[in-house]
Design a protein around this ligand. Structure first.
Ligand code: CA
Length: 508
C-alpha cells in the first residue's frame, strides 16, 4: 500500500476541484450537450459534487442529532440492475422494489472493478483499485493495506456493534492473519458465514451443468429443502438474530448474499416463478462493430451454447435473484417489527455488473456497461430525495464517505470517493462528471470512463490494444464502436483527457 500515492491522488483531486467552476445542472431540466458538459467536465470529474457538497453542508440540517444512525449494508453477489424497480417486468423482486420506492434508486451507479475482491476492497475502503493495489480475488486487502480502516471497522471504533454475515469482504483473513474467505477480525465484532455448511438436502434436486462439466461453475439446481437449506437462508437467519438481539444499541450490520453468483442454486419454488421456455434472450444488432479483442475475457467459452442452455442459464440466475429478494424481505420485516427505518441507513448493492448473453458473454469481468454498472438503492432517513430515483452518475467508492457523512463520523483517511449528500437531497442532481472502472487481462489493463452520455475504454498503454467509444444516447448496449469515427475525434480526445484525470497513477 502506497500511502504517498493516496495523498498525491487526493491533493490532485482537490486541486482539480479548486480549478473548476463546476456544473450543477439538474438532470431533466436542461440535459447537457456533450460540448457543454465537457466545458466544465474537463476540469474535474469530481467538481460538481464537491462544490454542491459544501453548499449542502451549509443548508441541510444534520439528521442524526438524536439517535445514532444504524447501518444495514446488503451486498448481493453478481446482482445486475435488472429488477422490477429498474423496469424489468420479468423479474420478481418485490422486496427490493419496496426499498427502491421508499428510498433512492440509482440508475447510474458504477463499480470500480468488475470482480468480487477488487470491487469490495475498493468500496469498503473508499479507495480506487490503483490505490488499494487489489486487482485479483487472491490478494487479501489486509496484505495490501495492513493499516487501512475499513468501513465497518470505523463504526466499530466509534462504539457500534459490527456484524459481518456472509460474503462482505471477499478475501479476508482469520485471527492469525491466515487467508480466510470473507472474514476480517479488525472489522467485525461478530462474523458468521454458512457457505459449505448448509444441509445436504439443499444440494439435491433438479438441475445440470450447462457445459457438460467443462466449466464447473456453470450449473443450476432447483433445490429441495427450502430457504433454510441454503447458505443465504441460513445467513439471513443469522442477520435476523443480530437485529433481534442488538437493535436497541447502534449497529452496523452487513449481509453479503452469495446469490445470484454461480452455481445457480435456489430452492425450487423460486424456479417455479419463471415458467420454463418463457425467458427472453438478448437480441444483438447484426451490424454491430467487431469486438475489441480484450473486451471479454475468454472468447469462445459459450460458442456451443444452444438457445435452450441460454434460457436455462438466465432462468436459473433469475430464480436466484427472487430467492435473495425473499431473504431481503425477511430482513425488512424485522426492520418493520422494531421500527428501525427511522434511524437506520440501508444500502443495497450488487458488487459489479453481469452479462447474461450480451456481447456473447455469460459472466462478469468486463468494463462494458453490462460489467461496470450495478444496482444501488439507498435509504437515508430524513434525506429529501427519498422516494425518487436518480440518474446521477455515482461510484461505489462514494458509499463509505456518504454513509459516514450521514452517520456523523469523521473520515479515517483521504477518500477517493465523495459524499453523495447533494444527490440524496436532490435526485435531479447530475452527480459526478464521470465514473471510472478498470479490469486486468493478465498484465494488460483496460480502463474505462463513463459520463452521462459516453463510455470510453482504452486497452493497454495509449490504447495500443484497442479503444472503444460508445454513445449512450443512441447505443445503450454498446454495440457500435465510434472510436475510429472521424466525426467523433474531438469527443475521443476530450474523453482521453478525462480518463487520464481519473487514473493519475496510470503508466505512460
Ligand atoms: Ca461478485
Amino acid at each position: 500500500m502506497c500511502l504517498g500515492y493516496i495523498c498525491r491522488f487526493a491533493s490532485s483531486a482537490r486541486r482539480l476541484a479548486r480549478e473548476s467552476k463546476g456544473d450543477g445542472t439538474p438532470l431533466g431540466l436542461t440535459p447537457p450537450t456533450h460540448d457543454r458538459a465537457y466545458g466544465s467536465l474537463m476540469a474535474s470529474p469530481f467538481t460538481a459534487l464537491a462544490i454542491d457538497f459544501a453548499l449542502a453542508l451549509l443548508l441541510v440540517p444534520q439528521v442524526h442529532a438524536e439517535r445514532p444512525m444504524n447501518v444495514l449494508f446488503i451486498i448481493a453477489d453478481d446482482l445486475r440492475p435488472e429488477l422490477g424497480c429498474y423496469g424489468t417486468d420479468e423479474i420478481i423482486s418485490p422486496h427490493i422494489d419496496r426499498l427502491a420506492e421508499k428510498g433512492m434508486l440509482f440508475h447510474n451507479a458504477y463499480s470500480q472493478y468488475p470482480v468480487c475482491n477488487p470491487s469490495r476492497a475498493s468500496f469498503l475502503t473508499g479507495l480506487r483499485p490503483d490505490q488499494t493495489g487489489v486487482y485479483s480475488n487472491e490478494l487479501r486487502f489486509r496484505e495490501a493495506m495492513p493499516d487501512i480502516i475499513s468501513q465497518p471497522q470505523l463504526f466499530r471504533q466509534n462504539g457500534y456493534h459490527t456484524a459481518g454475515i456472509g460474503k462482505v469482504f471477499h478475501m479476508g483473513e482469520d485471527e492469525d492473519g491466515e487467508p480466510m474467505l470473507f472474514h476480517d477480525p479488525l472489522s467485525w465484532d461478530y462474523f458468521f458465514d454458512s457457505l459449505g455448511k448448509a444441509p445436504r438436502i439443499g444440494r439435491t434436486g433438479e438441475g445440470r451443468n450447462l457445459t457438460d462439466g467443462r466449466l464447473r461453475w456453470c450449473e443450476w439446481l432447483a433445490a429441495e429443502g427450502g430457504d433454510d437449506a441454503q447458505p443465504d437462508g441460513i445467513n439471513t437467519n443469522a442477520a435476523l438474530r443480530v437485529i433481534e438481539e442488538r437493535h436497541e444499541k447502534p449497529f452496523f450490520l452487513a449481509l453479503g448474499l452469495h446469490k445470484p453468483h454461480d452455481p445457480f442454486i435456489a430452492p425450487k419454488e423460486y424456479f417455479e416463478l419463471y415458467p420454463e421456455g418463457s425467458t427472453k434472450l438478448p437480441v444483438e444488432p447484426e451490424d454491430r462493430s467487431p469486438q475489441v479483442r480484450y473486451a471479454i475475457p475468454n472468447t469462445g467459452d459459450f460458442d456451443e451454447f444452444t438457445d435452450q442452455e441460454r434460457r436455462e442459464f438466465k432462468r436459473a440466475y433469475q430464480a436466484c435473484v427472487s430467492f435473495i429478494d425473499a431473504q431481503i424481505g425477511k430482513i425488512f420485516a424485522a426492520m418493520d417489527r422494531h421500527g428501525l427505518w427511522e434511524n437506520t441507513i440501508v444500502i443495497l448493492i450488487g458488487d459489479h455488473g453481469y452479462h447474461l448473453g450480451e456481447h456473447g458473454w455469460w459472466n462478469k469481468a468486463t468494463v462494458y456497461e453490462f460489467g461496470s454498472r450495478a444496482p444501488m438503492i439507498a435509504w437515508f432517513p430524513g434525506a429529501n430525495g427519498m422516494g425518487r430515483p436518480t440518474r446521477a452518475i455515482v461510484e461505489f467508492i462514494d458509499l463509505y464517505p456518504t454513509i459516514i457523512d450521514y452517520a456523523g463520523l469523521e473520515p479515517p483517511h483521504e477518500f477517493a470517493g465523495i459524499s453523495l449528500r447533494p444527490v440524496l437531497e436532490n435526485p435531479a442532481h447530475p452527480g459526478k462528471q464521470a465514473a471510472y472502472s478498470q479490469v486486468n487481462r493478465g498484465q494488460l489493463v483496460g480502463r474505462s470512463v463513463r459520463t452521462q452520455r459516453w463510455r470510453y475504454t482504452v486497452w493497454g498503454p495509449d490504447g495500443r490494444r484497442g479503444i472503444e467509444l460508445y454513445d449512450h444516447q443512441t447505443d445503450q448496449g454498446e454495440y457500435h464502436n465510434l472510436a475510429e469515427d472521424p466525426d467523433h475525434a474531438t469527443t475521443r480526445e476530450q474523453l482521453a483527457e478525462l480518463l487520464a484525470a481519473g487514473f493519475p497513477a496510470n503508466e505512460p
